[in-house]
Design a protein. Sequence first.
Lengths: 234, 234
Amino acid sequence: MISSRDNARIKWLFKLQSKKYRDQSNSFLVYGEHSLEEAKKNGFTLEIYTSNPNKEGLLISEELMRELSLTETPSDVLAICKKKEYPTLSNKILMLDDVQDPGNLGTLIRSAVGFGFSTIIASHQTVDFYHERTIRATQGNIFYASLIKAPLIERIEQLKKLGYKVYATSSYGSLKLKEIIPSDKLVLVLGNEGQGIKQEILDLADYKVMIETSHIESLNVGVAGSIIMYEWQV
Amino acid sequence: MISSRDNARIKWLFKLQSKKYRDQSNSFLVYGEHSLEEAKKNGFTLEIYTSNPNKEGLLISEELMRELSLTETPSDVLAICKKKEYPTLSNKILMLDDVQDPGNLGTLIRSAVGFGFSTIIASHQTVDFYHERTIRATQGNIFYASLIKAPLIERIEQLKKLGYKVYATSSYGSLKLKEIIPSDKLVLVLGNEGQGIKQEILDLADYKVMIETSHIESLNVGVAGSIIMYEWQV
């Protein structure tokens, strides 16, 4: 059983809590039984650590498990998981321009998987897909999504050539959600929590969509995106 | 200018960060210009504190303001705000059975106001309406909602006598959201993030609603509730 923080594997686990090392190693941490199961089911490569001698994985002390955990109620398993790319694009794509909150990102991934928008393309300034709070908010659905970071303008231009129509959300949108018949191949673009979508990306959109509400200017980005994906679900 | 943590008013501000004192005094803390404006617009009574000598309010030091702030980027105003009850019930009511996460609660309040579900009734085990993270997630919309804590079973029985129909969300629901024509007067019940709605409350529902998704069991409760309120908006 490993019980020292100085152990090289344990040091590496702590390092993987930061984006820098996740990017370098193309891997990330997964906590809890449910997420581990979903990862296995989808063929992700795992290196499992546990504080429970009856479970599969390298045994580490409960104290270390607690320290490695980022929640108040630590689970007894975690794993290093290799990132994996799915090669095909879904016909409905979710695109995120600088979404900042890990919880919002996780909620969006969860809803996107639920409504068949399984390819998600995010700007480099969007919070890390593999942030612990993001993964937690996906409730295991992250392993069903194809997650891509890319410069959005370039990607939009490529996708248009492939026949995708681009729908941007905007409180000044001209089309009301209830009145839209969505294209078969489409990209839904959502923006930053404070600033919305950048003007140069709005300019590339084929359509600007708004969700009608009684009197508030805007909905939470996770909610707005989920409502539109619900309406347009595959 | 107040700069000591031992000042009685400052001590009281710190106390109001806990639910106990908010309950006792029937008041809560509000941070930032936008929330203050919305509170004023809706006639809430405020006692304002600021670290900016050019702003309205009792002047306190920047250091105290930082300490009182619960976010990384503190604003320069905060206020003690008296709770206020709106006397009438909206025709569409949102009811929450033990929602736990302050962010989810705030998102739901924001969406409820947006879609005309302005009366929100929550069980006593639901997280505090006036939790700092809840208020933040409402983005100023909390001042438009009528927020009630009550025993749900009693309330459901009263509301049924007033002609309200009760719709409970359930992944085993028999009615698909897209196929429902909602009643004019209705109560939408959402449950706890992990457990869903308690059986004794489910038993009182007139209808059980599900949102169809491609393959996941459930959506985030803030998203699920928002999608239904969007469909049934006033």
